[in-house]
Design a binder for this molecule. Sequence first.
Ligand code: PRT
Ligand code: ZN
Length: 303
Amino acid sequence: MVSEALNKNRLRIAIQKSGRLTDDTEALFKNCGIKITESRDHLLAHAENLPIDILRVRDDDIPGLVMDHVVDLGIVGENVLEETTMQRAVDGLATSYRRLMTLNFGDCRLAVAIPQEKEWHGLKDLEGLKIATTYPFLLKRKLTELGIAFKPVLLTGSVEVAPRAGLADAICDLVCTGATLHANGLKEVETIFESKAVLIARDQELYPEKQALLDLIIPRLKGVLAARESKYIMMNAPKDKLKEITAILPGAENPSIIELEGSPDRVAMHVVSREKVFWETMEELKRLGASSILVVPIEKMLD
Ligand code: PRT
Ligand code: ZN
């Protein structure tokens, strides 16, 4: 086990070793200036430039590691977090944690799907049916609210083949694009739970050194998340259309206006837009008389 001295000074963060959250989590750390060089095969990796240790584990273990105070922080999908919390409550284990931030990746939904040829009138149709799922607690919470009784069939993988294999009448599984359901002759009929990746912390005061480090990295994380959607927009625009132009730029505040040498009617305009900029918006800007329109990605932001 880790020595207490190490625990006091180094912030420990549990992340998924290898899976759908791994690349985005590592990219987020990189953009926050947390340099990790060890390969994914190492259970424990040390950040090069900050007193941070990264513990690479299965995503299902992350909530427990945080709730048992083995690590300080964890990044995990809300689906796994909620399901594990309910399971641990039943098992009499610790369930408290602090939710620090919703991240902008890992988006998916836990949804009910049934064979394509079956009719669907609503969740009441599930009464008394066998439903295959990896998330029995989330499903039960929803159906119990509605007074619907069902028979859970617990599967930890290949849930989508259960109806065809005669193991269940319906499934409740994670969906992103829906391609997997479609390929297995199923149709999505109802969303039970929407999920994103989240950053959680153990529910206990941290040693001052660790708290100071957390206070340093939280604004960096927020800055990276804000920057991802934001764009820096530059263009030349007619002076008499500035109001209309600003009005169609999503989330834009206080543009900088720069005089253009030799063009008394036109100015250069620089603005940060807090939302995605679509082609339609750029075409509208052009119609308003803007020219040389540049949309540039922003890497980091600190307000
Ligand atoms: O080995 P480990 O236990 O760590 O990983 P895992 O296999 O349990 O999880 P993993 O890597 O598949 O997913 C990790 C987390 O990513 C999940 O807990 C969710 O929070 C999130 N996530 C986002 C998803 C999906 N999107 C997703 N599409 N998790 C799973 N899927 C599955 C889905 O169930 C389907 O079977 O991917 C398949 C393809 O989805 P479609 O709808 O795009 O076809
Ligand atoms: Zn898992």
